[in-house]
Write a protein that binds this ligand. Structure first.
Ligand SMILES: [Zn+2]
Length: 200
């Protein structure tokens, strides 16, 4: 690493902080930037800052949004507003959208409860979900948390909290293997899991 000019070494180190990017990939990415045009590099820098400056949480479902509402909540006329699919993170929402098997709304929890990691119900967006349901108009909740210990614990808690609201509650079923991550599941698997969701 010491043989790189300081600015290059800094860029490699910055890329190496990205998830699943090792030093070799980071070095290739830095080489790409060095050989790219100044405009391309400026575009990349702008994209990074735009995301930091303009992206926030949707005021309704807590998906990532540019402005007050996310792309799903902006298109409510074309969605089934009586159904809410609960996911752990925005990437899971995108995967379910890509399955094209679901036309309702979402609620992004931003995590799952995991007492050993110090993540309790108050650390994720569960109370906001309860408030949405309490407002009325929701007839079904599909819990699409990951089939992990934390995801299952979260699903159970939500089921208990919403149990007596007269809302139908279902959980993603067949398809997604235990321990897997919805973010990295293929469309077919997600589509089947939605189709065969079970009542809880
Ligand atoms: Zn939204």
């Amino acid at each position: 690493m010491n043989s790189y000019a300081p600015a290059i070494e800094k860029l490699i180190k910055a890329f190496a902080r990205f998830p699943s990017v090792g030093e070799k990939t980071a070095t290739r990415m830095a080489s790409h930037v060095i050989s790219a045009s100044r405009e391309e590099a400026a575009h990349l820098a702008r994209c990074l800052l735009d995301v930091k400056d303009e992206i926030r949480f949707c005021s309704e479902c807590f998906n990532l949004a540019q402005g007050d509402l996310c792309e799903v909540c902006k298109n409510k006329e074309q969605r089934d507003v009586t159904t809410i699919c609960v996911v752990e993170d925005p990437d899971s929402l995108v995967s379910i959208e890509e399955s094209a098997a679901y036309k309702g709304l979402y609620h992004v929890l931003h995590g799952a409860i995991s007492p050993l990691d110090g993540i309790g119900p108050d650390n994720i967006r569960i109370s906001e979900l309860l408030q949405r349901v309490a407002k009325g108009g929701v007839s079904e909740i599909i819990i699409a948390t990951n089939p992990t210990v934390a995801g299952e614990a979260t699903a159970l808690l939500i089921t208990n909290l919403l149990g007596n609201n007269g809302v139908k509650i279902s959980r993603l079923a067949l398809g997604i293997p235990l321990g897997a991550d919805i973010r990295y599941s293929d469309r077919m698997t997600i589509g089947k899991s939605l189709e065969f969701r079970r009542k809880v």
